[in-house]
Write a protein that binds this ligand. Structure first.
Ligand SMILES: NC(=O)C1=CN([C@@H]2O[C@H](COP(=O)(O)OP(=O)(O)OC[C@H]3O[C@@H](n4cnc5c(N)ncnc54)[C@H](OP(=O)(O)O)[C@@H]3O)[C@@H](O)[C@H]2O)C=CC1
Ligand SMILES: O=C(O)[C@@H]1CCC=N1
Length: 268
């Protein structure tokens, strides 16, 4: 892709996306420019990723074709006020902010602007992201394709209705945290059983990866796949019963609901 891509804000999520984009050779480093609040962050990014950096958000707004807003949601308004007049008409503005609505983007950009709401997740870092996109206004087919290419370069992407975004945030944007907690808990439990810690992390993570791959690659219900692991009178069913007693599934469903409620409450 020969587009120039800018990130305003370069924290955990932007870094994951940039790593993913570079890892898939979608863009050259010289075609990515990022800003941050502090020069310390930018020096680190330059060293780690080799992309262009600037402390000036306006410079990014002026120079890029695709502008990705990657600051915390509460800063969107200030940042957009700062750069609004510098964004050229043909620039595609991409939000990754939780709770940032299409309405908000429309209100805070010039009339006729091109904008998109998205929600990525941090596994983009290793090319296994799961992102969702809600199309905004004034976009040409090719421009939508360009944005989809960016998100495809670090994983999978679905175009969804805006009303599904809170649920998506809860089961994909935020869920890597729950999965890391699962891996950590399984590893701790493995350590309790005598398995060396690092080995336990590797084993737990591989078990999660393999299980996820089975769901994605075999057209079988996850419940059946679970049943296939439970030998009659065997070890697994004991763990399954214990998980049910502990409210494992209800706990996950409740966590997802809390996350979606929070996402809704953050809506701007
Ligand atoms: N983390 C995640 O898993 C996900 C996050 N998101 C969304 O991504 C966005 C960013 O989150 P995340 O990466 O976690 O946040 P971070 O706190 O890791 O990064 C925020 C970045 O914004 C920079 N920044 C702060 N103020 C300004 C400013 N005025 N101008 C330019 N840059 C500024 C910070 O600079 P400095 O480093 O110098 O302080 C930092 O680099 C949020 O809107 C969030 O909702 C979406 C999906 C997943
Ligand atoms: O916790 C958050 O608000 C962001 C959005 C999704 C993941 N992290």
């Amino acid at each position: 892709m020969d587009k120039k891509i800018g990130f305003i804000g370069c924290g955990n999520m932007a870094k994951a996306m940039i790593n993913g984009m570079l890892g898939s050779n979608l863009v050259d480093r010289e075609n990515i420019i990022v800003s941050a609040k502090s020069s310390e962050t930018l020096e680190r990014i330059k060293k780690e990723l080799g992309v262009l950096t600037t402390l000036e958000n306006k410079k990014i707004a002026r120079e890029v074709d695709i502008l990705i807003l990657a600051v915390k949601p509460y800063l969107y308004e200030d940042v957009l006020r700062e750069i609004k007049e510098d964004i050229k008409e043909e620039v595609i503005v991409v939000s990754i902010g939780a709770g940032i609505s299409l309405d908000f983007l429309k209100k805070n950009l010039k009339d006729g602007s091109k904008f998109i709401k998205t929600m990525p997740n941090t596994p983009a870092l290793v090319g296994e992201g799961m992102s969702a996109i809600t199309l905004g206004e004034n976009l040409l087919e090719q421009e939508i394709e360009d944005v989809l290419d960016i998100f495809k370069s670090f994983g999978k992407v679905e175009i969804i209705d805006e009303k599904l975004m809170d649920g998506f945030t809860a089961i994909c944007g935020s869920s890597p945290a729950y999965i890391f907690m699962l891996i950590e808990a399984m590893a701790d439990a493995g350590v309790r059983e005598g398995i060396p810690r690092q080995m336990a992390y590797n084993m737990s993570a591989q078990a999660v990866l393999g299980s996820a791959k089975m769901v994605l690659e075999r057209d079988e219900h996850p419940g059946r796949l679970k049943d296939n692991v439970c030998s009659p009178g065997g070890t697994t069913i004991e763990a399954v019963i214990s998980l049910e007693k502990g409210g494992f599934r209800a706990s996950i469903m409740q966590a997802v609901r809390e996350c979606a409620i929070k996402s809704k409450s953050m809506k701007k």
